[in-house]
Write a protein that binds this ligand. Structure first.
Ligand SMILES: CC(C)(COP(=O)(O)OP(=O)(O)OC[C@H]1O[C@@H](n2cnc3c(N)ncnc32)[C@H](O)[C@@H]1OP(=O)(O)O)[C@@H](O)C(=O)NCCC(=O)NCCS
Length: 151
């Protein structure tokens, strides 16, 4: 499942994938462009299939702490490993730059995302009550990122 760092040219594609999601467009083209302009602390990844781009991940890393802001795969391309590949790539990028732990928030009813994260070693560490617009709670998940082994 190929994943690469996105460039400014990919901002419209990422905004389109976001817009095809179920929940509307939190990440507009302008917002994605701002992320791409942030430089080193921002992580913008694109997942590609043989048919073109199918998913993206937005994250930040400040000092030794990473945060996944969004990971999304086109509804038609799900359960093919792209979400897992995006998360793996984020972890690898962060480990390479000395990030030692990462956090994310997930809606309490988002069982697909929770299954993905739990399978990858993310564990609940807290909860934000009524965090989402629909009144739902956010579950805060954390993943420790051990330094990559050197051979
Ligand atoms: C969450 C999301 C990114 C997963 O992407 P994906 O490409 O379908 O995930 P993968 O194919 O890599 O799945 C990896 C594993 O996660 C788990 N998983 C993913 N979707 C699942 C689902 N609908 N039900 C149960 N488990 C699921 C499974 O363990 C899966 O492995 P398997 O297919 O071998 O059983 C995708 O469902 C999505 O874009 N959802 C909408 C946006 C969203 O909610 N993002 C998270 C915001 S916090």
């Amino acid at each position: 499942m190929p994943v690469r760092d996105a460039t400014t040219d990919d901002a419209p594609t990422i905004a389109r994938i976001e817009a095809e999601g179920e929940e509307g467009s939190a990440w507009t083209r302008a917002a994605v462009e701002l992320m791409l302009e942030r430089g080193d602390d921002a992580l913008v990844l694109l997942a590609e299939s043989d048919d073109g781009p199918v998913g993206f991940l937005l994250g930040t890393a400040i000092a030794d702490e990473g945060e996944v802001l969004m990971v999304r795969v086109l509804p038609t391309a799900r359960r093919a490993g792209h979400g897992r590949a995006l998360m793996d790539a984020a972890v690898t990028r962060w480990q390479q730059r000395g990030v030692t732990q990462a956090f994310l928030e997930v809606h309490e009813t988002n069982t697909a995302a929770q299954a993905l994260y739990q399978a990858q070693g993310w564990a609940p560490v807290g909860r934000r009550a009524h965090y989402y617009r629909d009144g739902g709670d956010a579950i805060i998940l954390r993943k420790p990122l051990p330094a990559p082994s050197v051979h």
